[in-house]
Write a protein that binds this ligand. Structure first.
Ligand code: GLU
Length: 485
């Protein structure tokens, strides 16, 4: 392809960025990056009632967090940059108006004076007669006299696009192949609202053309809009871009992914402790695969391999088990220094940053293998920094066991002057103690573990003791002993 590839993500800022939108963003980004093209972000805020500034901010934050950079589009919630600015549709109304006037002047669009009540009535009758509830074209056929009458009465109007009355519109979809839509089943879409403003289907066509998009990759809920959009391109004398409609995303029960299945907004995934890289990899596979069914990808690998031909027509199923597995994999692959920095927000929230005690990196490294989510880190390491909270079951079972109290007191004594306070040396010393006293390992190891951490499970014992340091270990052994009656 000689033309430079240009793709876009064009969210309506009426809510958060959800999983489906995130996947659409990713695919457009991957496709543009693979072909050294441009990826554009455009805010489709023509629904003035439902669009909010907060939503624009949440969407931009989400796309940034996902690590998907855009070449043109918003800089923040209000300003933008790029050769086709503005990228906020409500700042482009004058452009849409010009094209609207052209279509009306050429008789390709018309004023519709039908009221909401009349439209409701047409719909009701159509339903009764089991016809599709589309606009029956009442105002399309008005005589000049009828039109003048309505104008004279000062009736409000919307503007509708005239769909061809017969024939079919073929959408040559890059994923689904050719999909044919009978024109007589399509309605004359409202392209300009009674309340004086353009609608999505109209703006989308004009922007995609003027912004020179080569590919429109979006969710399949927009497939049904595509025939009308194609006809609007033709009416304006333009060639449509190539379209690719991504299959639906289902929850594990086979119904459309929704709130009931768990988190749907990207920022919730961030807050639950998934890594951006996990999300990129996971979402890439939610409707696309390589012929070898590769599962783990670096970004470079994804960019090199992603193509529309590998996108599936059938719905994709969101699988949290796989997502968690993948997140665990990527956490394990993340160098500990970087992991601590990624986990900072969670550690801060738990009040674990800036406390005296061992370096966070040493502690996090101890449990590195275990984390599946960044959000799990604080609970697994907090006892290194905060007073021990005893798990009541562990306390009863392990610390109240016969002889445990004496073990703790003896150990505290033995370790208080012990050096070097290191993993291997500690292990040798404690095993020696076990042998000298004729005890079993468990009778010594378990009470020590519960005394210093409050729990029966945790990091490998001797390294944990080394990292805690002598003072903390000895004082915790004594403190635990004093609590045993
Ligand atoms: N603004 C539309 C939406 O958020 C997207 C339209 C498109 O990609 O063409 O659903």
């Amino acid at each position: 392809m000689s033309q430079k590839i240009r793709t876009r993500f064009a969210p309506s800022p009426t809510g958060f960025l959800h999983i489906g939108g995130a996947r659409t963003t990713l695919y457009n980004w991957l496709f543009a990056r693979r072909h050294k093209g441009d990826f554009i972000l455009r805010i489709e805020d023509t629904d003035e009632v439902r669009s909010t500034d907060d939503s624009v901010t949440a969407i931009l934050d989400s796309v940034k967090w996902l690590g998907l950079d855009w070449d043109e589009g918003p800089v923040d919630g209000k300003t933008d940059k790029g050769p086709y600015s503005p990228y906020f549709q409500m700042q482009r109304v004058h452009i849409y108006r010009k094209h609207l006037d052209q279509l009306v002047a050429e008789g390709k669009a018309y004023r519709c004076y039908c009221t909401k009540e009349e439209l409701d009535e047409y719909r009701r009758v159509a339903q009764l007669e089991k016809r599709p509830p589309r606009y029956p074209g009442v105002c399309r056929a008005l005589s000049d006299g009828q039109r003048k009458e309505r104008e004279a009465a000062g009736k409000k109007f919307s503007i509708r696009f005239k769909m061809p009355a017969d024939g079919a519109t073929i959408v040559d979809d890059q994923i689904r192949g050719k999909v044919s839509f009978e024109n007589n089943l399509q309605q004359d879409l409202v392209i300009w609202k009674t309340t004086d403003g353009p609608t999505y289907n109209f703006c989308c066509v004009i922007d995609d053309h003027l912004m020179e998009m080569t590919h429109v990759v979006r969710g399949d809920e927009h497939l049904s809009n595509t025939p009308s959009q194609i006809q609007i391109y033709h009416a304006l004398g333009w060639t449509p871009p190539l379209f690719a409609h991504l299959s639906m995303i289902l929850g594990p029960d086979g119904s459309k992914l929704s709130k009931r299945h768990g988190a749907t907004s990207v920022l919730e995934y961030r807050d639950q402790g998934y890594l951006p890289h996990t999300m990129r990899n996971y979402l890439a596979l939610l409707g696309w695969s390589t012929t070898e069914s590769q599962q783990l990808f670096t970004d470079e690998d994804l960019i090199a391999k992603f193509d529309l031909a590998g996108c599936q027509k059938s719905p994709a199923t969101f699988d949290t088990v796989k997502l968690n597995w993948m997140n665990g994999e990527y956490i394990r692959q993340t160098p500990v220094k970087e992991l601590v920095s990624l986990a900072k927000p969670f550690l801060e929230k738990a009040g674990l940053v800036g406390l005296p005690g061992p370096a966070l990196e040493r502690v996090v490294a101890l449990e590195h293998e275990k984390f599946k989510l960044l959000s799990e880190i604080p609970a697994l390491i907090e006892f290194f920094y905060k007073p021990v909270v005893f798990d009541p079951k562990a306390f009863d079972k392990v610390l109240k066991a016969p002889g445990a109290k004496q073990v703790l007191l003896d150990m505290a004594e033995a370790l208080s002057g012990f050096a070097p306070f290191e993993d291997k040396a500690l292990e040798a010393r404690i095993r020696q103690f076990v042998a000298d006293k004729g005890l079993k390992n468990g009778q010594v190891f378990h009470p020590i573990r519960v005394a210093v951490s409050g729990r029966t499970e945790g990091p490998t014992l001797f390294l944990m003791l080394e990292i805690m340091g002598k003072d903390m270990v000895v004082s915790r052994l004594r403190d635990a002993a004093s609590r045993i009656a």
